[in-house]
Design a protein around this ligand. Structure first.
Ligand code: AHM
Ligand code: MG
Length: 293
């Protein structure tokens, strides 16, 4: 995994600060933007007005930073070259509103940010930082900069440290698996039955990856959006979801996988490529890879 190179420390901090500062704008914009746009996103999914609004806001603000040379988003087809310093600039890939289908039912959503020291599409090993904002009952932010994972409260757009050096607990207790159960391959179904039969584990699935990931980080456990019979690469996207979440979970002492290897080792070939996502406590992902073998 990439570690934070000193030359990028200020740039990473500037990107994190900018994302946190926009959190109140995003929250304030949600009530009037729960309606569907006429558009679908590049993955063919329905786009809400809130998705498009958040994407424009992040492009305007992150694209204006000297430290950012490329911006890509789950909500736009093409990578946008921005006016940053070419020699030192970083590439930002963002899921502006992860889990936005939860907006209608007023459940959790988030923003995911991946910061690569390479042109997009980039490998997880090119990540220098990743973060997410969680719009729950309160707004929190998790950052990983190659030097540890930190949890913040975001108050009025400003980060206040809650926990430094966040690590997955050793005694996992939650699991959440996406996709329709009849669409799960048999080997994954067998794995889920093993997890369900462990009476220290309980099901918690919220339909927004970022909420489901955050509980794995806080309680320990496993999250999967697996390969499906109808979609062998699953649903989630490598650049905006798989890589940054893999980076954060691995930075917190857990493990990530696409079924056979770390998400950070998956070869990038398209900015919107999908990847099966399995993350959580080391032993649970090891068990999963053995089950899928
Ligand atoms: P999105 O980024 O378009 O919101 O899609 C990703 C979301 C994830 O947050 C979540 O894990 C998954 O889609 C849920 O999908 P489903 O509704 O098929 O369970
Ligand atoms: Mg998403």
């Amino acid at each position: 995994m990439a570690t934070q190179a000193d030359p990028h420390a200020d740039a990473i901090e500037e990107i994190f600060t900018t994302v946190a500062a926009l959190a109140p704008d995003i929250r304030d914009a949600l009530p009037g933007r729960r309606v569907q746009n006429d558009e679908t996103n590049p993955s063919g999914e329905t786009q809400l007005a809130a998705d498009a609004y958040a994407d424009e806001l992040f492009l305007d603000h992150l694209g204006a930073l000297d430290s950012v040379v490329e911006y890509a988003s789950e909500e736009r087809t093409k990578i946008v070259p921005t006016d940053g310093e070419e020699e030192t600039g970083l590439s930002v890939a963002i899921d502006p509103l992860d889990g936005s289908s939860n907006l209608k039912s007023n459940n959790t959503m988030g923003t995911i940010v991946a910061v690569y020291d390479a042109p997009l599409p980039a490998a997880g090993s090119d990540l220098v930082a990743a973060a997410y904002v969680l719009f729950g009952p309160i707004t929190t932010m998790i950052t990983a900069d190659g030097d540890g994972v930190t949890e913040y409260l975001v108050d009025d757009g400003v980060r206040e440290v809650i926990t430094e050096d966040v690590q997955l607990p050793d005694d996992p207790s939650v699991y959440g698996f996406g996709g329709r159960v009849p669409d799960w391959p048999d080997d994954f179904t067998a794995y889920t039955e093993d997890i369900e039969s462990d009476d220290s584990m309980k099901l918690r699935y919220g339909g927004a990856m970022i909420g489901d990931i955050n509980q794995v980080l806080i309680y320990g456990g496993v999250f999967a959006y697996p390969a499906l019979e109808s979609a062998p690469n699953g649903k989630l996207r490598l650049q905006f979801e798989g890589n940054p979440i893999g980076f954060i979970i691995e930075s917190a002492g857990g493990r990530s996988s696409d079924g056979t290897q770390s998400l950070l080792d998956v070869e990038p070939n398209d900015v919107h490529q999908r990847v099966p996502v399995y993350v959580g406590n080391d032993e649970l992902i090891e068990q999963l890879e053995a089950a899928l073998d």
